[in-house]
Design a protein around this ligand. Structure first.
Ligand code: G4P
Ligand code: NA
Ligand code: NA
Length: 193
């Protein structure tokens, strides 16, 4: 079975829809991690972006790390995960962006140490979910601060009905989402197409 179909099937079988348009997938992605599925996901992102001369894969801790790591392994490049922290920390040696969470209604800073990105880098951004796109927006801000080029964005599960998809589309950056969800209404997962 193709990876995208495998992932859809897994979402249908093991995903549960929670109030507020939230898809709970904590038995294979967000808490327990299906390592073999993650490996296949990494292989698929690596295949999609193989000609892009990527030097590093970048995500945000914590749930992005699993798919980002397998992607980095398949591309043969390092993984960087931006760290979340409170705004008070000393930030001289860090590239920092503020990320607003609609779900939690708080802003958090995410940062990457300046030692780990430079102008020769061409990065691939990977994340587990795309909802409002604020995490990706923060990573794009960091990419700009670090003067690196962005080859694309790979998302495991996109909630296409929220703001993130359009936000990235407007930026013109290549977006590859492995599963695209059109709706979570009435407790039911409906995929795009
Ligand atoms: P966004 O703008 O970055 O797209 O996310 P948003 O603020 O809407 O969501 C906040 C957090 O909730 C993010 O994780 C995001 O990945 C996650 N999220 C959004 N929608 C869903 C969903 O339907 N199901 C699940 N399981 N997660 C969702 P985070 O708190 O920043 O990261 P982490 O600590 O979990 O890695
Ligand atoms: Na998450
Ligand atoms: Na995430």
């Amino acid at each position: 079975m193709q990876l995208m179909d495998l992932l859809k099937k897994r979402i249908e079988e093991d995903g549960t829809v929670l109030p507020g348009n939230v898809l709970k997938v904590d038995n294979f992605l967000n808490h327990q991690v299906d390592s073999l599925l993650m490996d296949k996901i990494g292989a698929e992102f690596a295949r999609l972006f193989k000609d892009e001369k990527i030097t590093k894969v970048v995500t945000v801790e914590s749930s992005g790390i699993a798919p980002a790591l397998t992607t980095a392994i398949h591309l043969g490049v390092p993984l960087i995960f931006a760290r979340k922290h409170k705004s008070l920390t000393l930030t001289d040696n860090l590239y920092t962006a503020s990320v607003y969470s609609y779900t939690k209604q708080v802003s958090n800073d995410i940062s990457v140490d300046k030692r780990f990105l430079d102008a020769n880098d061409r990065i691939l951004i990977i994340d587990d979910f795309l909802a409002n796109g604020q995490a990706v927006k923060g990573l794009l801000e960091i990419a700009k601060l670090a003067n690196v080029s962005v080859a694309g964005i790979g998302i495991v599960i996109e909630k296409s009905f929220q703001k993130g998809h359009v936000l990235i589309e407007k930026s013109g950056i290549r977006l590859e989402s492995l599963a695209r969800i059109a709706s979570l209404s009435d407790g039911k997962v409906t995929f795009v197409d």
